[in-house]
Design a protein around this ligand. Structure first.
Ligand SMILES: [Zn+2]
Length: 105
C-alpha cells in the first residue's frame, strides 16, 4: 500500500484502549497490543506503517512509556463489516413471495 493512498490511519497503543473503527473489538492496551495489531491486519486489511515508543507523563510528572503501532488502510472503516468475508456478498434482491411460491411448486 502506498501510504499516500491511505484513507484511514489508526494508532494502537499499549496504554490506550479504544474500539476498533470497523467492528466491536477492543483494541490497544498492554495485554491486547499484539492481538490488536494482528486483528487490524488480518480482519480489516490494514498495513503496518510504523512501530515505535512514545513517552508521555504520568500523574506525578514522571515518564510514562508506551509502544505504539500506526496502521493504515486504503479503505475507509466500515462499521460492522468484518473484513473480506462480508464485503463481496451477492447483491441479489430479496425474493418476492410469488417467486418463492413458484420455487416451492
Ligand atoms: Zn475490528
Amino acid at each position: 500500500m502506498d501510504v499516500r493512498e491511505a484513507q484511514a490511519i489508526i494508532t494502537v497503543s499499549t496504554t490506550v484502549e479504544r474500539g476498533c473503527p470497523s467492528c466491536s473489538q477492543r483494541i490497544g492496551g498492554e495485554l491486547e497490543f499484539d492481538e490488536s495489531v494482528r486483528h487490524l491486519i488480518q480482519q480489516h486489511g490494514y498495513v503496518l506503517l510504523h512501530v515505535g515508543s512514545q513517552t508521555t507523563h504520568d500523574g506525578n510528572g514522571g515518564p510514562w512509556h508506551s509502544t505504539v503501532a500506526v496502521l493504515g488502510s486504503v479503505d475507509l472503516p466500515k462499521k460492522n463489516a468484518p473484513a473480506d468475508s462480508a464485503r463481496f456478498k451477492s447483491m441479489d434482491p430479496p425474493k418476492s413471495f410469488s417467486e418463492l411460491g413458484e420455487e416451492l411448486g
